[in-house]
Design a binder for this molecule. Structure first.
Ligand code: KG4
Ligand code: ZN
Length: 335
């Protein structure tokens, strides 16, 4: 079946058409309009500005997605939309647009959780992949370890107490002079640095809890750079990036290893914007190989927010009987 999906939870407006079935998982179109340039001058996403930017382009992006898929609404079997978690004003734009489109065209409307969508991005790259598995979703807004027992059976077993991993990357990047969002820039800079140059605090809390705290690490990097600047000392930016990255990778890998012990999972999915990080992909991939656990991660292009991942999860929600009526609302928090 063909699913038209709309995503507007943060700073990307996206519409996609995916063709999903028992043996089919293909992306017919996946248009992403990024607002990064708009938010860059503020050093981060400004929620109201994001909502306004979504409303300006959601209809055009959707028409483009249908056009590229060679379909009109006649050929669409269901409309999927992200309705949580995210920036409320941003989510409302996508939800209201999808609702109007679905009901005016007589199509079923399927609400999708954004975090589930990140996980579902992996289905589009691995046609044989199916639950159960362990999933790590690390993005600008979320850091969760999830025991995925079925396509719509998600149990969060680890989370961050404060900042998300991506937020820490962006703040550390900012103090190093890398423009927002700095994750990809930090990734490149870390290639030239010594990961053992500076000992930063670990964002992994006590092992048993599988909890993270990224705020201490973020503050440590900011203090390190500001103190050096105040003393007029030269800092090696690449060493800071590499040491920060090592602290993140070690913490995530260690908690994932514990979570694998706890769940006995045989497969692990690494997803979300931060999953694009080459050092993290390598560290988690190596850990899985050593343990004989299957490692799956979407290509970098599918790690960030996009409509196709929402369409993929939308299919499984649809198959599980999930439907929304005209009262569908958006929610800032997760389930
Ligand atoms: O999943 P995503 O596109 O949006 C949210 O749902 O938040 O994630 C965006 C986050 C940003 O913080 C960005 O800096 C980070 O993902 N990111 C990276 C990399 N590419 C994007 N972080 C580390 N390394 C990267 N290569
Ligand atoms: Zn996301």
């Amino acid at each position: 079946m063909n699913i038209l999906a709309i995503e507007s939870s943060c700073d990307e407006t996206s519409a996609a058409v995916v063709s999903m079935g028992e043996r089919e998982r293909s992306v017919l179109s996946n248009i992403v309009a990024s607002q990064i340039e708009i938010h860059r001058r503020f050093g981060g996403v400004v929620p109201e500005v994001a909502g306004r930017a979504h409303i300006e382009c959601v209809a055009r992006i959707t028409a483009e997605a249908l056009g590229e898929a060679g379909l009109d609404m006649e050929g669409v079997d269901a409309v999927a939309v992200t309705n949580r978690p995210g920036l409320i004003g941003a989510l409302l734009v996508g939800v209201n647009f999808a609702k109007s489109l679905a009901f005016s065209c007589g199509k079923p409307l399927v609400p999708v959780d954004h975090i589930r969508g990140h996980v579902a991005a992996a289905y589009l790259s691995y046609p044989e992949l199916e639950p159960p598995f362990l999933a790590m979703v690390a993005s600008g807004g979320h850091t969760s370890i999830i025991d995925v027992r079925g396509y719509t059976d998600f149990r969060e077993i680890g989370r961050t107490r404060d900042d998300a991993a991506g937020e820490a990357f962006d703040k550390a990047a900012r103090v190093l002079g890398i423009p927002y969002p700095g994750g990809a820039g930090m990734d490149r800079l870390a290639n030239d640095g010594n990961p053992n140059a500076i000992k930063f605090p670990s964002p992994a809390m006590a092992k048993e809890t599988l909890e993270f705290s990224f705020s201490g690490l973020k503050t440590a990097v900011i203090n390190h750079v500001n103190t050096a600047n105040m003393k007029g000392l030269e800092i090696n930016r690449a060493d800071v990036a590499a040491s920060f990255t090592k602290a993140v990778c070690t913490a995530i890998t260690s908690h994932l290893s514990t979570a694998l012990d706890m769940t006995g999972a045989e497969r692990l999915i690494l997803a979300g914007g931060v999953a694009a990080n080459s050092h993290l992909r390598r560290a988690v991939g190596d850990m899985c190989r050593e343990r004989g656990v299957g490692f799956y991660t979407p290509p970098v292009s599918m790690c960030g927010d996009n409509g196709a991942m929402i369409g993929a999860q939308g299919y499984y929600e649809y198959m599980a009987g999930v439907r929304a009526d005209t009262s569908l609302n958006a929610f800032a928090s997760g389930e």
